[in-house]
Design a protein around this ligand. Structure first.
Ligand SMILES: [Zn+2]
Length: 108
């Protein structure tokens, strides 16, 4: 059995994070990520925090709005939660999800 929490996601080089901008995500949408089996990596620009939104989390958080562009999600993101620094400056990147994932779900 694989550990559902295990992930190989790593923080990108700091230089890349510092220069990342929202439109870098281009036309990629939530659907793009789900179809490719990508997690959304969210790296805070102000502290060393790295958060992974796995495909199941991304699907849940988008509430079925699959055509939302990742670039449009970015302004709504922040380094939140108990360990967060509260900064709204984040860099996002795709990470190939480390666990089995099929989209759309086979039942549909
Ligand atoms: Zn932070």
């Amino acid at each position: 059995m694989s550990d559902p929490l295990r992930s190989t996601i790593k923080r990108p080089p700091e230089k890349w994070i510092a220069s990342a901008y929202a439109n870098q995500a281009g036309a990629d949408t939530v659907r793009t990520y789900l179809q490719n089996g990508w997690s959304l990596g969210i790296a805070c620009k102000k502290c060393p925090r790295l958060v992974e939104w796995t495909p199941p989390e991304l699907a849940e958080r988008s509430s079925g709005r699959l055509d939302v562009r990742i670039a449009d999600l970015i302004p709504r993101l922040s380094c939140s939660g108990p360990e967060g620094c509260g900064s709204r400056e984040v860099a996002v990147f795709p990470h190939l999800y480390d666990h089995p994932w099929t989209w759309p779900p086979e039942a549909l």
